[in-house]
Design a protein around this ligand. Structure first.
Ligand code: NDP
Length: 489
């Protein structure tokens, strides 16, 4: 079993409490590592370290920040296999997925490296020609980064890359269920040569995160996790009146119109819900299918779903691993049982996998059909391999069902009709719409939610404004004497 230390001020430290949180491998339920549970005092000291480092880091020129971020991306690419294996050990995702995700994080750091020396303000033309006016983009200070367990490294990159590129320092608190990959990643921060205190990783539980986000020297919180935790954090930071970005959950509609290429649409539906065992915020967990093609879509989906190979995430032939932890396992099974009691029709799956060779948290990929969009399984996020199919009759009906949700993270549209695709995309109350694809990620596109899926955007140039604040500078060029009792315009 591996015992981790935390990374603070470019040093590897033991936690002073002497307490640890075990990391379970969800594939076999064995403890494979332990991570330190830090005290509130240690969190406070770490924020102070990051705050001191900010004074010099914010003055570093963009070229140097770009060089360090590109070096970091090189190191990630050299360590893809190692990082992917750690990530899969912690959250049970299949290795092909975590490898791809680690490569994607390297791309993310390179993308923002490209912006580090191009953070331009504006020269603003004014009515009064005797005034010269310009803006600058300035870093905020210490950013507290809180991530979820489902994809620790990609979620971190979405926040860390723009935060560093724009000159902020950070304190990262990964989830207690999957902290190891972030601690391993910190070795690459060290090797890349980032100055002391610029990037710090602390570990612990929800209370540790609470101590971090409340600290008076934290200038911004960037959070990925559940909607309920987001409410708690929003209240916690309100005393300090600091900006916060929230990347939260969803109940994303994936809409199949009758004129779609049904073969592709069905594969897209599978990718949307059974990729990563449904443990993605963008899971297309509500499949809306036009009634005229309902039976053919159902049959095809069930046939493919029954053939999905569950197994050890490290075996290349495995298509779906276990769910990430015992809490998730119990919660998903309980929601499956609730769906049965509420009268949803079970089309396949619907239970834990019983296999003497697989002792982990395996749940069979599950599909329900219901005509009632109000039952729990059709409304609440499950964060697991459970799909709910709902029928619709026409375009407006599909849009009404899609928008009838507290969430607004993502949606899919499957159609060959370009006009229908554009009109539907416009009316969907979500931050991300895919047409004839699903769960396709690119670093250049803005990602984030509407409604209770959060606010703020990640990836893409839009994110630069999440980690900077605008300063306006106005210079008087005239020799005129002013009347001090009258506002000048
Ligand atoms: P949680 O909200 O339970 O936890 C998220 C993070 O918050 C963890 O690091 C957790 O620490 C920490 N935390 C818990 N309580 C507090 C607190 N009071 N103050 C500060 N930090 C706290 O979410 P999960 O980890 O269970 O992740 C699943 C959720 O994340 C789903 O709803 C999913 O949709 C969403 N998600 C959203 C994404 C997006 O980009 N929109 C991407 C991925 C996931 P600890 O675990 O140690 O308790």
């Amino acid at each position: 079993m591996k015992t981790y230390k935390v990374f603070v001020d470019n040093e590897w430290k033991n936690g002073r409490t002497g307490e640890f949180i075990p990391s379970y491998n969800p594939c076999n339920q064995e403890i494979w590592a332990q991570i330190p549970l830090l005290s509130k005092e240690e969190i406070s000291e770490t924020v102070e370290v990051a705050h001191d480092a900010f004074r010099t880091w914010k003055e570093t020129n963009g070229l140097e920040r770009a060089r360090l971020l590109n070096r970091l991306a090189d190191l990630i690419e050299e360590n893809v296999e190692h990082l992917a294996r750690i990530e899969s050990s912690d959250n049970g995702k299949v290795l092909s997925e975590t490898r791809n995700q680690v490569l994607f994080t390297a791309r993310n750091y390179r993308y923002f490296a490209g912006y580090a020396d191009k953070l331009m303000g504006n020269l603003i033309p004014l009515d009064n020609q005797e005034l010269l006016d310009y803006t600058t983009l300035e870093p905020i200070g210490v950013v507290a980064i809180i991530t979820a367990w489902n994809s620790p490294l990609p979620l971190l990159a979405n926040k860390l890359a723009p935060a560093l590129a724009t000159g902020n320092t950070v304190v990262i608190k990964p989830s207690e269920y999957a902290s190891a990959s972030t601690l391993e990643f910190a070795h690459l921060i060290e090797e890349a040569g980032f100055p002391r205190g610029v990037v710090n990783v602390v570990t612990g539980n929800g209370a540790t995160g609470d101590a971090l986000v409340r600290h008076r020297l934290v200038g911004k919180v960037s959070f990925t996790g559940g909607t309920n935790t987001a409410r708690v954090i929003s209240k916690a930071v309100s005393d300090n009146l600091i900006p916060i970005s929230l990347e939260l959950g969803g109940k994303s509609p994936n809409i199949i119109f009758e004129d779609a290429d049904l073969e592709k649409a069905v594969v897209g539906a599978i990718a949307g819900i059974f990729g990563a065992a449904g443990q993605t915020c963008i899971a297309g967990s509500r499949l809306l299918v036009q009634r005229s093609v309902l039976e053919v879509v159902k049959d095809e989906l069930v046939a493919i779903t029954n053939s999905i190979k569950l197994g050890d995430p490290f075996e290349e032939s495995t298509q779906m691993g276990p769910v990430a932890n015992k809490n998730q396992f119990d919660k998903i099974l309980s929601m499956i049982n609730e769906a049965k009691q509420e009268g949803a029709e079970l089309l396949c799956g619907g239970s834990a996998l019983e296999n003497d060779n697989l002792k982990g948290y395996f749940i069979k990929p599950t599909i329900f059909y219901t005509e009632d969009p109000k039952i729990t399984i059709a409304c609440e996020e499950i964060f697991g391999p459970v799909l709910t199919i709902l029928p619709f009759d026409h375009v407006d009906h599909a849009i009404e069902l899609a928008n009838d949700s507290i969430y607004g993270l993502a949606a899919g549209i499957w159609t060959r009709d370009l006009q229908k695709a554009h009109k539907t995309a416009k009316q969907l109350e979500v931050g991300n719409v895919w047409v004839n694809t699903y769960r396709t990620s690119q670093v250049g596109t803005p990602f984030g939610g509407m409604k209770q899926s959060g606010f703020g955007r990640e990836r893409s140039w839009h994110t630069l404004h999440e980690y900077t604040q605008t300063k306006n500078v106005m210079i008087n060029l005239s020799d005129d004497k002013r009347n001090p009792f009258m506002m000048q315009i």
